[in-house]
Write a protein that binds this ligand. Sequence first.
Ligand SMILES: [Zn+2]
Ligand SMILES: [Zn+2]
Length: 382
Amino acid sequence: MLSDQALIRFRQTLHQHPELSDQEVATAARIKNLFAGFAPDETLENIGGNGLAFCFDGKESGPTTLIRCELDALPIQEINDLPYRSVCDGISHKCGHDGHMAIVTALGSYLAQNRPDKGRVICLFQPAEETGAGAVNVVRDSQFEQLKPDYCFALHNLPGKPLGTVYCKPGAFNCASRGMIIRLKGKTSHAAHPEDGVSPALAMSNIIQQLTQLPQQSQLQGQMTGFNLVTVVYAHLGEIAFGTAPGEATVMATLRTSTNEAMNQLIEQATELVQQQTDDHQLSFSLEWDDVFRASVNSDSGYQRVRNACQATGTPLVTPEEGFRWSEDFGIFTEVAEGAMFALGAGDNSPQLHNPDYDFPDELIPVGFKLFRAIVEEINQM
Ligand SMILES: [Zn+2]
Ligand SMILES: [Zn+2]
């Protein structure tokens, strides 16, 4: 099994050479090289893009447990002065996926010498988590049929929480979210004669105002339970030209809900709102959706296994009442298999995820490894 020091060095090497979503070629090659030394029973390459799956088989038949981590980094310029600072301008591991990969690598190096008694354990390195596209592409890849997991688990480090404390709950664990792009089209005219054109200005400002109020309104109507939020992230009207009344506008907003059902309702209401405003102001419109994430829903038994793993390893566990607001595409896996995602505190004073000064705390590598080992030991009886 790789030593803690070797794992930390590996994490820092990954940190130094980050790659964006769907471009994780060199990262995947690095992982594949290292795992070749662990002699997995089967290796699947290019799954859902640059994804890799390493299978470790037991002697007897039994359940298949999939442990997932992510390959990709973010388009963020690192400002940390680290000896292993990112060498790629404008790209860095600011979500800690380098650390998650080191944890799953630790598990692989353990499985190299300690095969499960029963069934199969899969170490999955998923591409393109940050865009929300990776998990869908992995599950839709024809190679995924060979994997057919019965159970799946993943962790995400979580700044602002005590280092090494696990957060997990049954049911909705993190939010569904999606980007809404609204394009309004009217007709430009001379600024001296705006009445000859059709300006989207009023509809645009109504949409901005009313979109953000949708969740409260819907809750008042008792239609949507749980956490719901609309955040306007971008708006654009007309051109910088004092002689021209605007004919076009764009509004972008992020919709966020704790359940997939509530998301469907919110989409319906947001669409109705745009329809209504464009009718009222004689505009045409188009809608586009981007960065679509499903909610991650933990099964009761998946949560129970995380709980057992915390007990077995003496790791503190907090079971929050509410799920987390951030989105993660792991929900795609818990739609096809039993399982759970859990968060691992990255320290009260850690910079937040996606901040330019964030760095994964290496102390979490052995903690995450032991939790995953305990989970597969229970399911695959090692
Ligand atoms: Zn992220
Ligand atoms: Zn992440």
